[in-house]
Design a protein. Structure first.
Lengths: 379, 285
C-alpha cells in the first residue's frame, strides 16, 4: 500500500545537523570567531545592525556567523532577538551636529567650515584585486596602518563642523523643517502596525530598516526618469555621536556611550508651489555604522516620497508610499517569496481540478462543433 | 519538554495582551480586519507567524494543541510549529481533531466537524480579499467601510463570462455576518461551507500584513455566488485510495512516471480514523 511521504521530525533534525556542518566548513581550518567578524567584516556588521534595528556589533557578528554570511538571514536573527526585548526607556534625540567625525564630504561646496574630511572610503580605491591579501598573516604595510588613526575616532566632538544644511538654512534657501507643534512622539514601527497614510517618522523608520538592495534600486529609479528630483549631496558624515538619556529620577542628561552612524542630507531643487517660494528641499538618510550607500539611497527615496506633500505629480513607484513601504522590509519580502517552498498541495490540487474541467469543457464544445462544420462544407 | 529559559509561548505578556485585545475586537466585529503590532517571530513571515502569534496569545498550560498544514499533522511546517509550541509551552499535543482545544491550521479545515469550545487558528498570507483587484490599502479600507463590494462581484462575473464558471478554487471570498467580505485564507473552497455556523471560534492571524480577524461561533459565512450560478464545491469521481472515504478532500499523488495516480485524503487524522473504523467493522477495500 502507498504511504504518503510528508517529511517529519527526523528530517528536520537531520537538516539542522547538515546545516551546522555546512556552516563550519572544513574542520581542518580554524573556526571564525565573532571578534574576527566584528573587526574584519565591519561593513557587514553595520548593515546587519542597521536593518536589524539593534546597535550591537557583537550580536550582529554572531548573527553573521550563525547565518554563514547570509546577511538577510543575519538581519532576521537580530530582529527576532530584538522583538521581545523590554523597553527600558527612550534616549534623547542624537545630535549629529556634534558628531566626532571620521569622514565628512559635501558635493555642494568646495570648502566649508570644518572642511572636507575624506576618511576611510572605497571611493577612490582602484578596484584591483589585492593579491597581497591572499597570503594569511600580516600584510607588509599593516604595521604602519596599525599605528594610524582609529577609523572611528572616539575623540571630542568637532564643534567647528556645522551641518551643511544648517548653513544653507541661514540664508533661507532650503526649506525649514521645524519641530512640529507639541513635538509629538514619533511613530514606533516596531510596536504599532504600519497604516496608510503614514507620517514621515513612520516612513523614515521604515526606510532605515529597509533592505539596502531594494532601497538602492528605488533610489536609482528616481535618477532615470521615474520621479525626477535633481539631487545634490549636501553632506555625508560618518562618525560617532553621544547617546544620552534623562532618567526621570535624576532629571538631567547622562551619556550611555557612543554609537557610529552615517548621515546623508540630500538637497533637491524645488521650483516652488503656490504656497512655497522656489527653494531647496531635503531628503534625509541615517544608518548605523558606516553605511553610505544605504544612507544615500534612503535620502533619495525619502525625498521622492514627499511628492504629494510638496504638491508634485505622483507618477513613479518611488513616490508611492504604499508601494515603497509595503515592499521594503527584507523579512517580509524574503519570507513571503520563500514561503512558496512550503507545501501547497491542496491549493494546487484545486487548480489542477479546475484546469482539467475547463479543458474538458473546451474539448466537449469543439467536439460538438465539428460535425456542424463538416455539414457546412457539404452544403 | 518545555524549555525553562524561554518565556511561556515565547511572547512577553504585554505583547500577548495587546494581541488578545485585537482578537476581542475582531470577535466583536466578525470579518473585520483589526491591525495589530505584529512582532518578528523566530519563524519567517509566510510560515505562519500570524497564526503562531494568535495561538501564543491564547494558549494556556491546560490546552491541547493540534497543528496541521495541508490537512496533515506530519508535514514539515506543521511539525516545526508544533515543536515550537512544545518547546515554549510544554502543552499536550495531539493529532486527534476531537481531542484538541486549539487547532492551528494552514490551508485546510479538518474533515471532522468541530465542536463548541474548540478554537481554529488560521495562518493567513493575504488578509485583504480584494488586494489582487486593488493593491492600495487606503482604497480597500474605504470599500469595506462603505460595504462597496461591486469590485469583487464584477471579478466573479468576469470569470463566468470568460470561462463559464468561477475560476477561484481556494481563498474563495465569503461574506461574514452579512457585513464584511473576508478572505478565508487559502483553504480550498471545498472547506468554505464548514465555516458557516460553526460551533467553534475561528481566529485568523496575518503576521506579515499585521492583521487579525475572526468568525465567532454560530456566525453566518456565505460564499459569494450568483442566483443562476450558485457557489459549489469540488467533488471527486473516486474515493480515497487509502481509507475509501468519499466525503473528504483528496490530494493527488503521482505514483510512477507512467501517469499512475492515487487520490488520498489530505486530512491525515480523518484518513487514519476512517481506515481504523473500516478495519474494525471488517469491511475491506
Amino acid at each position: 500500500m502507498y504511504v504518503a511521504v510528508k517529511g517529519g521530525e527526523a528530517a528536520i533534525l537531520n537538516s539542522y545537523r547538515l546545516l551546522a556542518q555546512q556552516r563550519r566548513g572544513n574542520p581542518a581550518l580554524p573556526e571564525l570567531s565573532v571578534e574576527q567578524i566584528m573587526a574584519q567584516l565591519r561593513l557587514a556588521v553595520d548593515r546587519v545592525m542597521t536593518e536589524g534595528s539593534v546597535y550591537d556589533p557583537h550580536l550582529a557578528a554572531l548573527a553573521i556567523k550563525q547565518s554563514a554570511g547570509d546577511l538577510v538571514e543575519a538581519i532576521f536573527l537580530l530582529r527576532a532577538y530584538r522583538a521581545t526585548l523590554p523597553r527600558l526607556g527612550y534616549t534623547q534625540a542624537i545630535d549629529t551636529g556634534r558628531m566626532a567625525l571620521a569622514r565628512r564630504v559635501s558635493a555642494t561646496f568646495k570648502d566649508l567650515p570644518g572642511g572636507q574630511l575624506l576618511g576611510p572610503t572605497y571611493d577612490y580605491t582602484q578596484r584591483l584585486l589585492d593579491f597581497g591579501l591572499l597570503a594569511t598573516g600580516t600584510a607588509p604595510d599593516a604595521a604602519a596602518s596599525a599605528a594610524g588613526p582609529d577609523p572611528v575616532p572616539g575623540s571630542a566632538p568637532s564643534e567647528a563642523a556645522p551641518r551643511v544644511i544648517d548653513l544653507l538654512n541661514q540664508e533661507g534657501l532650503v526649506e525649514d523643517q521645524a519641530v512640529p507643534a507639541g513635538d509629538p512622539e514619533p511613530f514606533d514601527l516596531t510596536r504599532q502596525p504600519l497604516r496608510f497614510p503614514a507620517d514621515r517618522s513612520a516612513r523614515l523608520q521604515n526606510l532605515a530598516r529597509a533592505d539596502e538592495g531594494f532601497l538602492l534600486a528605488m533610489a536609482y529609479s528616481t535618477q532615470r526618469g521615474y520621479a525626477e528630483s535633481h539631487p545634490f549631496v549636501g553632506e555625508i558624515r560618518f562618525g560617532t555621536v553621544d547617546v544620552c538619556i534623562v532618567p526621570e529620577e535624576l532629571g538631567f542628561e547622562i551619556s550611555l556611550g557612543d554609537i557610529a552612524v552615517t548621515e546623508c542630507q540630500m538637497v533637491n531643487q524645488f521650483k516652488g508651489s503656490q504656497s512655497e517660494p522656489p527653494q531647496f528641499t531635503r531628503g534625509y538618510g541615517l544608518a548605523f555604522g558606516h553605511s553610505e550607500r544605504k544612507a544615500m539611497a534612503m535620502s533619495l527615496v525619502d525625498r521622492a516620497l514627499r511628492a504629494q506633500e510638496l504638491g508634485e505629480a505622483v507618477t513613479a513607484p518611488a513616490q508611492m508610499p504604499e508601494f515603497v513601504m509595503s515592499h521594503s522590509d527584507s523579512l517580509e519580502s524574503s519570507g513571503f517569496v520563500q514561503h512558496l517552498k512550503l507545501p501547497h498541495y491542496v491549493d494546487f490540487q484545486s487548480e489542477l481540478d479546475l484546469v482539467r474541467k475547463m479543458r474538458q469543457a473546451i474539448a466537449r464544445e469543439s467536439a460538438a462543433a465539428e460535425p456542424d462544420a463538416g455539414d457546412a462544407e457539404h452544403a | 519538554m518545555r524549555d525553562p529559559h524561554i518565556q511561556f509561548a515565547y511572547l512577553d505578556e504585554r505583547t500577548k495582551r495587546m494581541i488578545r485585545r485585537a482578537i476581542l475586537k475582531a470577535v466583536a466585529i466578525p470579518g473585520y480586519q483589526v491591525p495589530f503590532g505584529s512582532r518578528e517571530m523566530p519563524l519567517p513571515y509566510g510560515w505562519g507567524t500570524g497564526g503562531i502569534q494568535v495561538t501564543a496569545s491564547i494558549i494556556g498550560a491546560d490546552d491541547v494543541l493540534k497543528v496541521i498544514d495541508q490537512g496533515a499533522d506530519d508535514t514539515v511546517n506543521a511539525v516545526n510549529i508544533r515543536r515550537f509550541f512544545q518547546r515554549t509551552t510544554g502543552v499536550d499535543v495531539t493529532t486527534d481533531t476531537t481531542a484538541a482545544s486549539i487547532i492551528q491550521t494552514r490551508h485546510r479545515i479538518p474533515e471532522t466537524p468541530l465542536r463548541e469550545g474548540q478554537i481554529l487558528v488560521y495562518q493567513v498570507p493575504v488578509p485583504e480579499p480584494m488586494q489582487h483587484l486593488e493593491p492600495l490599502e487606503v482604497e480597500t479600507r474605504k470599500l469595506h467601510a462603505l460595504q462597496e463590494y461591486g469590485l469583487m462581484h464584477v471579478n466573479l462575473y468576469e470569470d463566468l463570462a470568460h470561462f463559464g464558471q468561477i475560476a477561484t478554487t481556494y481563498d474563495y471570498p465569503v461574506l461574514v455576518n452579512g457585513r464584511y467580505i473576508m478572505a478565508p485564507s487559502p483553504i480550498p473552497k471545498f472547506d468554505n461551507p464548514k465555516m458557516h455556523m460553526s460551533p467553534a471560534l475561528q481566529l485568523f492571524g496575518a503576521g506579515r500584513e499585521k492583521r487579525i480577524y475572526a468568525v465567532p461561533p454560530y456566525t453566518s459565512v456565505e460564499s459569494l455566488g450568483f442566483e443562476d450560478h450558485p457557489f459549489s464545491v469540488q467533488r471527486w469521481n473516486q474515493p480515497c485510495g487509502i481509507c475509501g472515504a468519499r466525503d473528504s478532500f483528496l490530494d493527488e499523488v503521482i505514483t510512477d512516471d507512467q501517469g499512475g495516480r492515487l487520490f488520498v485524503c489530505s486530512d491525515s487524522d480523518y484518513c487514519a480514523k476512517t481506515q481504523a473504523a473500516a478495519t474494525s467493522s471488517g469491511t475491506t477495500l
